[in-house]
Design a protein around this ligand. Structure first.
Ligand code: TXA
Ligand code: MG
Length: 354
């Protein structure tokens, strides 16, 4: 099966194509669509067979639950047991938007969708194309990121086609996404809300609204034996084919060290890649150097991360060195993804983080 690709913009939604996408979903088929974070691979969240199809298309382990996407507030109550007051506050502030919340599930949601868990993750995306598609379907769309399991999440429809073009019914091409990193996940099944995955909405933004919010311990100490609570966070992810290492420390030291590593690799007959920023790119004379964005506009780094990782898969490099990006707002989310891509390989070249 070759996916039908339909292009549209948020300003000019192709209503006829959306209606067809909605029908495909109702019949148990799969439709990939843009959201403000990354592209999602949609299936009817209330249909166990559709969820099974999603796992099969992605090659995803079946214990890794899916996020249920809704497009109106009234859709929340029927799929959960209850909504804590604090969750209502977050919904009011950040929905529709890049926030996923986890609740006890109702019987309406099949265990196939939740990877066997009694809880369900719910997101109300702000992308108008996503909203239109959800409303044209059963109103509940299970959608993991639309990549083959283990690859970087897709930020364009071309990425989706590369990974899943032969495995799904339709791809809605809405152009490049806005944010480029997956939604922030907050777990409300415990006394104090816990962040299971950092994203555009940072811990500080959540604390400002709610007061007490914690970071999942499994995320803070990735090398310890505390497992992340979100099953998906325990898998190696986003990994490029080449060996990726993050080099951290004062900027001048980082540049010096990366240039040294690239020279050593070349002496050993190995071609290396470098992930640099607009501020530093001119200081790397050797290797295949890619610009991820600007430190002065950290959202550009988040936006381009997965694209750059995918681009390196097209190059003949055996090693990649990346600067570290402990930027003020999205640094936690960017470094969480980059560390996973690097299998937590960090080279510290002295001093504090940049
Ligand atoms: O931005 C996003 O959230 C994108 C777009 C498409 O909406 N979706 C996305 O889905 O990133 P996915 O499947 O790639 O990541 C979902 C994450 C996984 O780490 C999964 O383990 C976790 O959410 N998750 C889902 N349901 C959960 C639950 N009930 N309890 C704990 N973790 C859950
Ligand atoms: Mg994913």
């Amino acid at each position: 099966m070759k996916a039908e690709i339909v292009a549209m913009t948020a300003e000019a939604i192709d209503k006829e194509a959306i209606a067809r996408g909605g029908e495909i979903l109702k019949r148990g088929g799969l439709v990939a669509f843009p959201t403000e974070t990354v592209y999602g691979l949609g299936g009817n969240a209330l249909d166990p067979m559709a969820s099974k199809k999603i796992y099969a298309a992605k090659g995803r382990p079946s214990d890794n639950p899916l996020i249920v996407h809704i497009a109106e507030m009234e859709a929340l109550a029927p799929i959960v047991k209850s909504v804590p007051e604090k969750a209502k506050i977050l919904a009011k502030k950040f929905w529709p938007g890049p926030l996923t919340m986890i609740f006890e599930k109702s019987d309406l949601v099949p265990l196939e969708t939740t990877g066997g868990l009694e809880s369900v993750a719910v997101r109300f995306p702000s992308d108008p194309i996503a909203a239109a598609l959800i409303l044209a379907s059963s109103g509940y769309v299970a959608a993991p990121s639309a990549n083959t399991s283990g690859r970087p999440s897709p930020t364009t429809a071309q990425h989706v086609e590369e990974d899943l073009g032969d495995a799904i019914d339709m791809i809605i091409d809405g152009g490049p996404v806005g944010i480029g990193l997956e939604s922030t996940i907050v777990d409300f099944t415990e006394e104090v809300p816990v962040v299971l995955r950092p994203g555009y909405i940072s811990l500080e933004m959540l604390q400002e609204v709610l007061g007490d919010v914690r970071m999942d311990k499994g995320l803070i100490k990735p090398d310890s034996n505390i497992r992340p609570k979100a099953p998906g966070m325990k898998y190696r992810h986003y990994a490029p084919k080449a060996d990726l290492a993050i080099v951290e420390g004062p900027t001048e030291e980082v540049i010096k060290a990366i240039n040294q590593f690239v020279k050593e690799d070349a002496a050993n007959g190995l071609q290396s890649g470098i992930i640099a920023t607009e501020e530093t790119i001119s200081q790397y004379p050797d290797g295949i150097v890619k610009c991820i964005g600007s430190r002065a506009a950290e959202e550009t780094i988040a936006h381009n991360l997965y694209e750059v990782l995918r681009e390196f898969d097209q190059c003949q490099v055996s090693k990649i060195y990346s600067e570290a990006f402990y930027t003020p707002k999205m640094g936690q989310a960017i470094m969480n993804r980059l560390l996973k891509a690097a299998g937590h390989k960090i080279i510290n070249v002295g001093g504090s983080n940049q």
